[in-house]
Design a protein around this ligand. Structure first.
Ligand SMILES: Cc1ncc(COP(=O)(O)O)c(C=O)c1O
Ligand SMILES: N[C@@H](CCOP(=O)(O)O)C(=O)O
Length: 472
């Protein structure tokens, strides 16, 4: 049976993979999830050992795609996507201590883990759009990395115009320039006043304005899009198998903001990968750590940190976990989301919280801990962490994890994306790799808009080719 995709809120059409790929947010405001989890057997997981990253990706992704994309086409897209990475292993593991490993996810074009999914997503969307003779208008929100990865993956593509909203002044210079220096006219970097949460709320509001959404053929590349999460599940398999899975369990500690990356780990576990603990690591914007402690999901103000991509309070993908761990009851999700919209909080029931705690732990690292960790790990091991990875590394060091089980810290960004913070912590200024050496010299193209729905809609409407009736 092909996998069907259902909304967490239960009031949107059930879709196949290709339609869910183009839809982005479900029409009822929810997020698409598979109606059941495909699984890989012990033997199928064992067979991933020695395979290339692209071969492993095909084994993990194909069951979710079904016949929506022809197998030979899917294979070609996967091969092409991971050929853009500068490391032959795509996501190499580096050992930094006894049973402690760093999974480097930053060898793609924009030096962040977002490239892993975005390079494939762009190819899959292009393929489906071409097959159907369609164009799309992509709207996305970024706290720094999704925007750069999306612009890199979609720049110059004929079937997509891309509009990325970022919080003004709250991303690093390298992150901003990765969005503002693309010369192609199908990509638009927009700075708004407010936080990432405001940008994400605006993107969801654009999707929820159905007339606008349909007229502009909106598409999404945030982790709203199921294919983003799916492509991220692959590296959990690749890392765990390299460390002895399926015969041996593995722990993962994940720097977390919008909850897409760690939810991909949860997907891998549901598919049969023996993951012992999934540890959510937050900076001081710790809504998820508080939720796991108290059962109350409560939004507070966002504090700027040296790990800006995790300066998030409304973690979009937590809705997917709430749905799955809460017994897949859309009514419960609708109630929680409406309480969140009205009062900025909701309570988890005892059974859902217990289910979540079966798989997840959580911890937070403040700014002093992040700086101390970057400095100490470099002095002790020679390894230079970026501030997001350092959040997770600090949490891993303090977490109550079985020392006999390998623990993998996900490294989500290259330290050179955050040179000021890394230098302040360690005295070492990381350099950009040669392919980005000229980034700081290039002219920038950035639009400033108020964080208001009307202003964003009119800008998108006046620049999207779909709105101008361009032929597909
Ligand atoms: C460098 C970095 N680390 C961690 C995160 C958090 O990941 P997620 O939003 O999937 O929880 C982000 C943003 O997504 C990021 O850009
Ligand atoms: N940290 C992200 C925020 C958006 O997350 P996404 O996974 O939903 O795209 C960023 O760097 O933009």
């Amino acid at each position: 049976m092909p996998v069907a995709y259902v909304s967490t809120r239960g009031e949107a059409p059930v879709l196949g993979f290709a339609d869910a790929l183009l839809a982005g947010l479900a029409r009822d405001g929810g997020l698409y999830v598979p109606d059941a989890w495909p699984t890989l057997s012990h033997e199928q997981i064992a067979d991933l050992a020695g395979k290339s990253y692209a071969e492993a990706a095909e084994a993990v992704i194909a069951p979710f795609v079904g016949d929506s994309i022809a197998p030979d086409k899917l294979r070609a897209m996967i091969e092409e996507a991971y050929a853009t990475f500068r490391h032959p292993a795509v996501s190499p593991l580096v050992q930094t201590g006894s049973n402690r490993f760093v999974l480097e996810l930053f060898h793609g074009p924009t030096l962040a883990f977002k490239d892993v999914a975005m390079q494939l997503l762009a190819r899959m969307m292009d393929h489906v759009l071409a097959e159907r003779g369609l164009r799309t208008t992509i709207v996305g929100a970024t706290s720094g990395d999704t925007g750069g990865a999306a612009i890199d993956a979609f720049r110059g593509r004929d079937r997509a115009d891309v509009f990325i909203l970022m919080p003004h002044g709250k991303v690093s210079e390298v992150q901003r320039r990765q969005m503002t220096t693309a010369v192609e006219d199908n990509v638009h970097a927009i700075a708004i006043d407010g936080s990432f949460d405001d940008a994400q709320a605006l993107v969801k509001a654009l999707f929820n304005h159905h007339n606008f959404r349909d007229r502009l053929a909106l598409g999404g590349v945030n982790s709203i899009n199921w294919a983003r999460v799916l492509a991220q599940a692959v590296y959990y398999f690749v890392a765990a198998v390299a460390l002895g899975a399926p015969a041996r369990g593995v722990n993962f500690v994940v720097p977390t903001g919008n909850f897409g990356d760690i939810f991909a780990g949860y997907v891998a576990k549901r598919m049969g990968l023996p993951i012992n603990r999934l540890v959510i690591a937050t900076n001081v914007n710790d809504i998820l750590a508080r939720t796991l402690e108290t059962g109350r999901y409560e939004v507070r103000g966002v504090e700027p940190t040296t790990s800006p991509s995790m300066d998030i309070q409304v973690s979009s993908n937590f809705e997917r976990l709430l749905f799955d761990a809460g017994g897949r009851d859309p009514e419960t999700v609708r109630r929680a989301m409406s309480s969140l919209a009205q009062s900025g909080a909701f309570e988890l029931d005892a059974a859902t919280l217990a289910n979540i705690r079966t798989d997840f732990d959580a911890g937070r690292a403040d700014e002093a801990a992040v700086a101390e960790t970057i400095d100490r790990v470099r002095r002790e091991t020679g390894y230079l962490l970026d501030p997001h990875t350092a959040v997770a590394y600090a949490v891993a060091e303090r977490a109550d994890l079985d020392p006999a089980t390998p623990t993998v810290v996900l490294s989500t960004a290259h330290p050179a994306k955050f040179p000021d913070a890394v230098e302040a912590a360690s005295g070492v200024r990381p350099e950009l790799p040669p392919h980005l050496a000229e980034l700081l010299e290039k002219p920038e193209k950035l639009v400033r808009l108020p964080g208001e729905l009307g202003a964003i809609e009119s800008f998108v409407e006046s620049h999207a080719r779909v709105a101008r009736g361009a032929a597909a």
